[in-house]
Design a protein. Structure first.
Length: 281
């Protein structure tokens, strides 16, 4: 990998298609509505801050912004302000979207998926470590294993963008200084074979501002990508799904973590090559 220095309302423009036994889920915010045709209640729904029970209630925890990533006019902003209970969801400072019952966005043991999205860090003031070894981790994209933690994720740690896998046991810095890319769109693509044994693999491709193609790649082979328990042995019983926004699970403003974090996402596509539109979570 090349050495690199370095989301009012929302809209989900949707497509869940059956093509060659695959399920595809797309999000692009072009109709400027909260769910763009997706329900926000029931077993098949978008989990939206301000609507979904126990998620953040701040009016600006999520809002539409003009100027999409590439082929769109709008994107979504997620915002978290520390020390304000209206930005707390599920017991943590969090403004994230979840997706329940949409086959393309869900994955299970043994399935194969591809996931692409664009992301922008808005007016970032990076966290500092203070007296700690490093700043707290702020998750900006995750493959959430329900009943457990994240199987794979991307997180800001100070000025670093970090890739985590194996239930956050393993980490790698993929952008060592994001500051030159603040307020600019970055593109990411994951291809993952989800396996609970050590036959899984994933590839992460990344395209930075000003680049014409995916020029940065991380490949991991022969590993567990579908995590079934925490390091202490606590089981992770659920299935997995994409989840994104801002999740500041251990952030502490008095210790040096930035008070306000805003992240945009756009042009999200999730494909499950093993599922169909008849499948459910």
């Amino acid at each position: 990998m090349k050495s690199t220095h370095m989301l009012s309302a929302i809209t989900f423009s949707t497509l869940t298609a059956l093509v060659c036994s695959s399920a595809v889920f797309k999000v692009n915010y072009e109709d400027k509505s909260v769910s763009s045709g997706y329900p926000t209640s029931g077993s098949h729904r978008v989990l939206v801050p301000g609507i979904e029970k126990d998620l953040a209630t701040a009016k600006d925890a999520v809002y539409i912004v003009e100027g999409g990533a590439h082929n769109t006019a709008f994107a979504i902003a997620n915002k978290v302000v520390l020390d304000d209970p209206t930005y707390v969801g599920g017991g943590f400072p969090r403004s994230e979207f979840g997706f329940a019952g949409f086959p393309g966005a869900i994955y299970k043991d043994g399935e194969h998926g591809e996931y692409s999205f664009s992301m922008l860090l808005k007016d970032l003031i990076p966290s500092v470590k203070g007296t700690r070894d490093e700043p707290a981790e702020d998750v900006v994209w995750q493959f959430k294993h329900h009943g457990g933690g994240h199987d794979l994720h991307l997180a800001l740690v100070g000025t670093n963008l970090v890739l985590g896998w194996g239930g956050n046991v393993y980490k790698q810095v993929i952008i060592d200084d994001v500051m030159p890319h603040v307020n600019k769109w970055m593109d990411f693509r994951f291809n993952v074979l989800w396996k609970s044994d050590k036959t899984g693999h994933f590839t992460l491709d990344m395209k930075l501002p000003g680049e014409c193609k995916f020029e940065h790649t991380v490949v991991k082979k022969d590993l567990q990508t579908y995590v079934t328990a925490s390091p202490d042995g606590t089981p992770w019983p659920g299935t997995g799904s994409i989840q994104y926004g801002v999740y500041r699970h251990s952030a502490n403003s008095t210790a040096g973590d930035t008070k306000t974090l805003i992240v945009y996402h756009d042009e999200v596509t999730a494909t499950n090559f093993n599922a169909t539109t008849a499948d459910s979570s």
